[in-house]
Design a protein around this ligand. Structure first.
Ligand code: UDX
Length: 451
C-alpha cells in the first residue's frame, strides 16, 4: 500500500451481493492509493467487517422488519430497495454528519451506488462531493434516460414475428429482451430512472467497472449523457478478489472436487444472488445437465427456486443421476472456480460481475439472463463479442443439453473459446501497468484529491 495521503473516502454500497463486491473491491483499490476508508452500510445484508480490518464500518438502520429480512428478500428486490431508499435517508444523513464533524482527516468525497436515490441531496447539503458507482455496463446506464420512451413506444407486448427485431434506440438489444427489462409494471420504474439520471448528472464523477477494450463508445457516450468525468477502471476483481466480501458461506469442497476433474471438462452453473426460477424451470435445468453427460458444478442458492428451501424438488432418481457427473453446492468461491483449470464453460444469468469474472478467466458462457441489465450483457456476450451461446430464455431440457454439448464438445464451441481467449487478453492488458484501466485509476485518484 502507498503511504496514507491523509484523506478519507466514504463508501455506501447498495445492500446486494452484486453491489457489495465491487464497492469493497473499490475500497481496496483506493486504500492501496493511500486513502483511508469508511464504509456505511445497512443492517440488511451487512458486509462482514471482520474480513476487512483496514476499513471502518458504520451500520445504519434500514427500517426493515425481521420478517421482511427473513422471508426470501430476493423475491422482490426492486420493492426492497425502494423501501430502503425511503427508510435509510435520515439515518444516513445523521451518520454522515457525525463523521464530518468528528474526522481529523479530510473527507474527500462520498462514493455510492447509482441505485441510491437520496445520497446526492444529502451530500450536497453537507458540502461533500459525491461520485457515483455503476455496477452495470455503461451501455445500460446510458439507456436510463431513454428507457421510459422505449417502454411507451409500442414495442410491447412483443409479437413472435417482431421478437428478433433490433431495438434501434438500444442496440444490441432485441425486442424479445424488452419484457424482461420492464417486467409487469414497468411504468413504476420511471420516477426512479429520472432521479438516478438527475442525481448522476449533479455528481462529481461516474465510475464503471469496465474498460475501453469492452465498451469505448459507450464510455464516451456516458460522458456526453451525464456530463460528468467518467472513470472506467477495469474489472475491479482483477485487482482484489471478491471472496472476502461474500455474504454467504462459500463451500470450499468444490475446489477440491474440481482438482480431480479433467482440464476444461466442467461446466460451472450459477444464477447469481438475486435471480429466482420456478420449480419446473429448475427441473428442466437438472434434466438438461444430467442428459448432457458433461461434468458440472452447480450453485443452487437457497431461495433460488421459488417455494423451495433448496434442492428438494429433485427426485431421488434425478439426484443419483446428477451425482454421477456433477456436484451441487449452496454457494461457491466463484472467482476461484472460474480460474480453475478444470472449468471449461459457465451457464450464467449474466450479472455484470459474473460476466466480467468469466471474461477475465477466458471461460465461454451459456447465457440465461433473468432480467434488467442481464438481458443486455447476454446480448453482448452472444451477439457482439460472440463468446457465448444464448438460450433465448428457453429453459427446456433439450435446449440446455444442446447448448452444453455445443459449448463443451463441438467445434463451434472451440471457436467460441478461441474468441474468448482473445477478449480475455485484451481486457487483461487494460488492467496491467500502462493499460487504459490502470491509467484511469491514476486519473481517478488525482480527481478525488482535487475535490
Ligand atoms: C446484481 C444484478 O443481478 C446484476 O445484473 C448487476 O450487474 C449487479 O447486481 P447478481 O445477480 O448477484 O448482481 O449477479 P452478479 O453481478 O454476477 O454478482 C454476483 C457476485 O456473487 C459475483 O461477484 C460472483 O462472483 C459472486 N458469487 C456468485 C459467488 O461468490 N459465489 C457464487 O456461488 C455465486
Amino acid at each position: 500500500m502507498e503511504k496514507s495521503n491523509g484523506q478519507r473516502v466514504i463508501l455506501f454500497p447498495l445492500p446486494l451481493q452484486g453491489c457489495i463486491n465491487p464497492m469493497l473491491q473499490l475500497a481496496n483499490i483506493l486504500h492501496s492509493r493511500g486513502f483511508s476508508i469508511t464504509v456505511i452500510h445497512t443492517r440488511f445484508n451487512a458486509p462482514k467487517a471482520s474480513n476487512h480490518p483496514l476499513f471502518t464500518f458504520l451500520q445504519i438502520s434500514d427500517g426493515l422488519s425481521e420478517s421482511q429480512i427473513k422471508d426470501d428478500p430476493t423475491s422482490n428486490v426492486m420493492s426492497l430497495i425502494a423501501q430502503i431508499n425511503v427508510n435509510a435517508e435520515s439515518p444516513f444523513r445523521d451518520c454522515l454528519q457525525t463523521i464530518l464533524s468528528q474526522e481529523s482527516e479530510r473527507v474527500s468525497c462520498l462514493i455510492d451506488d447509482c441505485g441510491w436515490l437520496f445520497t446526492q441531496n444529502v451530500a450536497e447539503s453537507l458540502n461533500l462531493p459525491r461520485l457515483v458507482l455503476s455496477t452495470f455496463k455503461a451501455t445500460f446506464l446510458n439507456a436510463y434516460p431513454i428507457l421510459p420512451r422505449i417502454r411507451t413506444k409500442g414495442y410491447l407486448p412483443v409479437s413472435d414475428s417482431k421478437a428478433e427485431d433490433s431495438v434501434l434506440e438500444f442496440p444490441p438489444l432485441l425486442k424479445r429482451d424488452l419484457p424482461r427489462i420492464f417486467g409487469e409494471d414497468g411504468e413504476k420504474l420511471d420516477p426512479f430512472l429520472e432521479i438516478i439520471v438527475d442525481t448522476t448528472m449533479k455528481s462529481s464523477g461516474l465510475l464503471f467497472m469496465s474498460c475501453e477494450e469492452l465498451e469505448k463508445e459507450s464510455l464516451n457516450l456516458a460522458k456526453e449523457t451525464f456530463k460528468v468525468p467518467v472513470f472506467a477502471i477495469g474489472p475491479f476483481h482483477s485487482y482484489f478478489s471478491a471472496s472476502s466480501s461474500s455474504l454467504f458461506r462459500q463451500d470450499e469442497t468444490c475446489v477440491h472436487w474440481l482438482d480431480n476433474q479433467e482440464e476444461k471438462s466442467v461446466l460451472y452453473v450459477s444464477l447469481g444472488s438475486v435471480v429466482n426460477i420456478k420449480e419446473t424451470e429448475f427441473l428442466e435445468i437438472a434434466w438438461g445437465l444430467s442428459n448432457s453427460k458433461q461434468s458440472f458444478l452447480w450453485v443452487v442458492r437457497p431461495g433460488l427456486v421459488s417455494g423451495a428451501e433448496w434442492i428438494e424438488p429433485l427426485s431421488e432418481e434425478l439426484v443419483r443421476s446428477l451425482e454421477e457427473k456433477g456436484k451441487i453446492v449452496k454457494w461457491s468461491p466463484q472467482q476461484e472456480v472460474l480460474a480453475h483449470r478444470a472449468v471449461g464453460g459457465f451457464l450464467t444469468h449474466n450479472g455484470w460481475n459474473s460476466t466480467l469474472e468469466s471474461i477475465c478467466e477466458g471461460v465461454p458462457m451459456i447465457c440465461l439472463p433473468g432480467g434488467w441489465d442481464q438481458m443486455l450483457n447476454a446480448r453482448f456476450v452472444s451477439d457482439v463479442w460472440r463468446v457465448g451461446v444464448h438460450l433465448e430464455g428457453q429453459i427446456e431440457r433439450r435446449e440446455i443439453e444442446k447448448a452444453v454439448r455445443l459449448l463443451m464438445l463441438e467445434s463451434e464451441g472451440e471457436k467460441i473459446r478461441e474468441r474468448m481467449n482473445v477478449l480475455k487478453d485484451e481486457v487483461g492488458r487494460s488492467v496491467k501497468d500502462g493499460g487504459s484501466s490502470y491509467r484511469s485509476i491514476e486519473t481517478l485518484t488525482n480527481h478525488i484529491l482535487s475535490l
